[in-house]
Design a protein around this ligand. Structure first.
Ligand code: GLN
Length: 482
């Protein structure tokens, strides 16, 4: 059996950790201790985690090491610590969505991705902070306090998967899972300088992901490298008969193609992209186009006229679905309950106390958009815009295999900068939202730095189920930076 390893002797990449653990070179327990040590040292400042599963993860790592010692075959994530966004159900372990309303609730079942992680030999290290119910772009809307960007503690990590992004950036876990409804994996990935992927809608099961906007929500990986993101996505993607929107096909196959390069690939530049990205971000995007051209790709101009309406359509559709999904938190079935003289008063007291301001704003927006007199004018029209956007992208993909845009309009902003102006916060999602509306995949790849030396992410977009081509392009961008 392996000698005890510590610190730098433990590989940083999930692909290497898994190989070494499976081959008895490194113990899962030693890998875990390294990450628990980092959490202990720095998470008081970063606050990436709502809950660190110290005992559970130690027991699990010991189990993995025993299995290796007995010569058992382990999966692709053997001994790899994974941080989970705290809106994914873990049986018997609190799942809060960073909301007071779920106070004390322990899910009676595991999300499908939790089962898949277990099958692959992963070690769940903790549950990460998020904007309450995944509504936000800064992780400041958490009932448990904000997460800080590990690159600069006075700045936000992005959101809503800010805890998962910060956990990877701070070295608290080699990989994590986030959820993306309008950009919540890709935007924080960009701001924290990690890779973040929103897969094709339906590629990863949503069973056990607490619903925000069900027609948009997707779980996806966050990692230090494109290859680690591919490894994790392959492990969690699958058809799930328990999720009626799950695509009927096996796991995505990506890893083998990562070094195929981009020769001959048509990479689209969207000429009518909504303005708003800052000069430092646009500069990096230009370098990305240049590097892909130098690697043999052809850069083509495309138009996506309806792109610009994405934000408006999203802020009707997402709140509409949220207002319906969040109706279940009534003080009877989950978590918090504020007693009152009659049932209606109890509902009202519970929801008044349990939900934060942004969640209440979304519920009001959504309820209004769905109300009898306004349904056609707002929700109905937003659905038409959604179809227009999908049609425009389909047309662009006749000319291009891949599209590149900024992931976030700016680098990480200061904490508190956007909290009093919701619209300025919503604008963070301008470039990420369209692929949630179409269901197509998108990912953010760290691509150098912009203002104040902070990370910039370039977004790679692809047609549905073309994750292989998207990852190949991302891998080329990554290589071109090294
Ligand atoms: N920031 C967007 C919102 O607040 C997206 C959130 C998400 O993707 N979960 O709705």
């Amino acid at each position: 059996m392996a000698d005890h390893k510590t610190g730098d002797q433990i590989p940083a990449a999930a692909t290497d950790i898994s190989w070494e653990v499976r081959n008895g070179v490194t113990r899962a327990a030693d890998v875990l201790e390294k990450y628990l040590g980092e959490i202990e040292r720095r998470d008081d400042d970063v606050h990436a985690f709502n809950l660190v599963l110290t005992d559970e993860s130690r027991a699990r790592a010991a189990e993995i090491d025993d299995a290796v010692a007995m010569g058992r075959n382990l999966g692709a994530l053997a001994g790899v610590p994974v941080a989970l966004k705290d809106n994914m159900c873990t049986r018997g372990i609190p799942t809060t969505c960073s909301s007071k309303i779920l106070d004390g609730w322990k899910p009676p079942y595991d999300a499908t991705i939790v089962t898949k992680l277990a099958e692959a030999g992963a070690v769940i290290i903790g549950k990460t902070n998020l904007d309450e119910f995944a509504m936000g772009s800064s992780t400041e809307n958490s009932a448990f306090g904000a997460t800080h960007n590990p690159h600069d503690l006075t700045r936000v990590p992005g959101g809503s998967s800010g805890g998962s992004a910060a956990a990877v950036a701070a070295g608290f876990a080699p990989v994590s899972l986030g959820s993306d409804t309008g950009g919540s994996i890709r935007q924080p990935a960009a701001l924290c300088g990690v890779v973040g992927v929103k897969p094709t809608y339906g590629a990863v099961s949503r069973l056990g992901l607490v619903a925000f906007a069900s027609s948009l929500d997707q779980i996806g990986p966050m990692a230090n490298s494109v290859s680690d993101a591919a490894l994790l996505l392959e492990a969690v993607s699958s058809h799930d008969p328990m999720d009626s929107t799950s695509i009927e096909q096996g796991p995505l196959e990506i890893s083998q193609q990562l070094d195929w390069g981009v020769a001959g690939l048509r990479v689209g530049r969207i000429t009518d992209l909504p303005e708003g990205a800052s000069p430092d971000v646009n500069e990096r995007l230009e370098v990305a186009f240049d590097n892909l051209r130098a690697a043999g790709a052809e850069i083509v101009d495309v138009e996506v006229p309806a792109f610009t309406y994405g934000l408006t359509a999203y802020y009707l559709i997402a709140p509409a679905e949220a207002s319906s999904n969040l109706a279940r938190y009534d003080g009877v079935r989950f978590g918090l309950r504020k007693d009152a003289p009659d049932t209606n008063a109890m509902y009202m007291a519970t929801r008044t106390e349990g939900f934060g301001d942004e969640v209440k704003r979304r519920i009001m927006l959504g309820t209004y958009a769905l109300s009898a007199g306004y349904y056609d004018a707002y929700y109905g029209r937003a659905l038409k815009v959604r179809r227009r956007i999908a049609a425009d992208f389909a047309k662009a993909y006749e000319k291009a295999d891949i599209l590149l845009t900024p992931a976030s309009p700016t680098v990480a902003f200061k904490m508190g900068d956007k909290t009093t102006d919701p619209m300025s916060m919503y604008l963070c999602d301008t470039y990420t939202i369209p692929s949630n509306l179409t269901g197509d995949p998108g990912m953010s790849v760290p691509f150098g730095t912009g203002d104040s030396g902070l990370p910039v992410g370039v977004q790679v977009l692809a047609p549905a189920l073309k994750e292989d081509v998207m990852f190949r392009t991302a891998a080329e961008l990554e290589r071109s930076m090294s």
